[in-house]
Design a binder for this molecule. Structure first.
Ligand code: NAP
Length: 221
């Protein structure tokens, strides 16, 4: 465990992580090295405001998969700030909560996908938000980033870093689809995450049947 008093730079890895995969882990590790970061905090979002909640897996499943995936890296930890906060998850609240926890001296680097950052002007309290941290947008190879976004950051007196991460060719959407189609996800996610997905029937087509007691229960295909 890294002690709080020694921390100077914290990477805040924000995402829905449904599920977390090797693309996320490689991104966090690359950013840690590039920016000399002391600790990367993975922050699974509680209730993403831009998504239909019926299509997002329960937050405790996403949190636990993130814990299993990050277990072996001493520089990675998982935060429950977004999981435990009531209501929709806004990054402004995430960064305010982390500032309260870690103090004003630490430098925060908010890391997420370029697709998400491309919408940042519409996020809650965007102008204040970008002053609370530096932002790192991870792109997939070949991704064309809208140049107006870095310009907008500059106008706000903040900084956006773009980082191409080849491993981000892996995507959560693709993994969910592969599980549903009963294809292998080995080497897409850490083994423990794969076991967790299988054990909890995540992303699988479910059908109901009636048990001996007459109640309707779900069963994986
Ligand atoms: P998303 O819309 O599901 O994802 C957009 C893209 O970014 C996807 O390609 C996704 O790939 C990738 N991505 C997501 N998290 C990533 C990460 N940590 N590192 C690298 N790539 C990542 O976005 P989301 O996951 O729901 O949200 C991302 C972050 O933005 C969260 O922290 C969320 O709270 C924040 N956010 C805030 C607001 C707001 O404050 N109003 C609005 C939207 C998002 P995968 O699908 O493979 O992960």
């Amino acid at each position: 465990m890294i002690t709080q008093s020694k921390l100077c730079r914290i990477g805040v890895m924000g995402g829905t992580f449904d599920p977390i995969h090797y693309g996320h882990l490689v991104t966090a590790e690359v950013v840690r090295g590039e920016f000399d970061i002391d600790l990367v905090l993975f922050v699974p979002s509680g209730l993403p405001p831009h998504k239909d909640p019926r299509l997002v897996s329960p937050k405790e499943h996403r949190y636990l998969m993130t814990v299993f995936a990050t277990l072996t890296n001493p520089y990675f930890e998982v935060s429950r700030v977004d999981i435990d906060r009531e209501g929709e998850t806004y990054t402004i609240d995430t960064l305010r909560d982390l500032r309260k926890l870690y103090g004003d001296e630490v430098e925060l680097y908010f890391i997420t996908g370029a697709d998400a950052i491309a919408e940042i002007c519409e996020w809650k309290d965007a102008a204040e938000l970008v002053k609370l941290a530096e932002f790192v947008a991870a792109t997939r190879p070949g991704y064309q980033f809208d140049q107006r976004i870095p310009e907008w950051f500059e106008q706000q007196g903040s900084q956006l870093h773009l980082l191409q991460v080849p491993a981000m060719a892996i995507s959560s959407t693709d993994i969910r689809r592969r599980v549903e189609e009963q294809k292998s996800i080995r080497y897409f996610v850490p083994e423990a995450v794969e076991h967790y997905i299988r054990k909890n029937c995540l992303y699988m087509p479910k059908h109901t049947h009636t048990n001996d007691a007459g109640s309707e229960v779900f069963r994986c295909r």
